[in-house]
Design a binder for this molecule. Sequence first.
Ligand code: NAD
Length: 306
Amino acid sequence: MKNKVVLIGCGNVGMSYAYALLNQHTYVDELILIDIDNERIIGEAMDLNHCLAYSPSKVNIRVGDYNDCNDARIVVIAAGSNQNPGETRLDLIHKNSRIFKSIITNVMINNFKGIFLVATNPLDVMTYLTLKYSDLEPNKVIGSGTTLDTARLKYLISENLKVCPKDIQAFVIGEHGDSEFVAWSNANIALTNINEFLNHDEMKKIEDDVRDSAYEIIKKKGATYYGIGMCLVRITSAILEDKNIILPVSSYDNENDVCISTPAIVNSHGVQEKIFIPLNEEETKKLTKSIEVIKDTINLLKESNE
Ligand code: NAD
């Protein structure tokens, strides 16, 4: 079976993902572009194909349609409206839930059996809707979750301590949104708890900066996309190469009937296993709050029959 990836939504995020894929050794054989702006993606496919002479990967890139989902291993969804300045991720909910209903229906009509990877905001709710509309097994529906927030966290800690971001063991968990939080009690560097290196005020500043990053970038340049593009590539390669990478993706939490981010083992089955890291009392309260925020939004949609 070919490693075929269908990308639905080829705006800033979708194309940053596509471009990042071409810049890395990935096992993607075919990349299919779908968007309502058909003219634009013809141009995007041409532009991407012109990278191949210098790309480390050999990928067949073309504009496609929903029939392509039939034998796809991954459908990545980055379609939908973006946050306007001052708009929260949750404000997008009504616009994007309608878009998702039609997208998921079109994918499933074509007998898709692979893994959904969702990037559209509000992320946890869109991941949940993908699961419900598709009726696939929960392990096959993944949201990028707090992978981006965790990347931002690692970057900021690394700047503060002058340590490579890859050597920092720390996670942002919960909602990909304002109620997200850092599980500081388990964060460590070289098996040494992070509180040996950072004091309370430094941790608070880093956590606030992580949470505000998207707002800050949107205010300055209108949208964020390179970071999430790299996160989506990392999740894609965990799936296609069956890597068992631990990533804080959003996936179904059976107990609470929400999709939410905790570290999880990601491989060719999708989310192989969610890892519930031990949290202290304060962090447990924050996780409960995050679950409530996501649940409230889902209930809002249920009330308006969306
Ligand atoms: P964008 O406006 O640049 O791109 C969205 C694309 O979706 C457009 O090309 C549009 O034509 C397409 N589209 C709209 N409706 C469609 C449909 N029914 N079928 C197919 N395509 C459709 O927006 P963007 O900056 O790429 O952001 C996309 C989403 O990603 C937003 O919801 C944004 O908030 C989210 N985002 C998520 C993260 C994350 O960490 N998960 C980070 C950044 C942005």
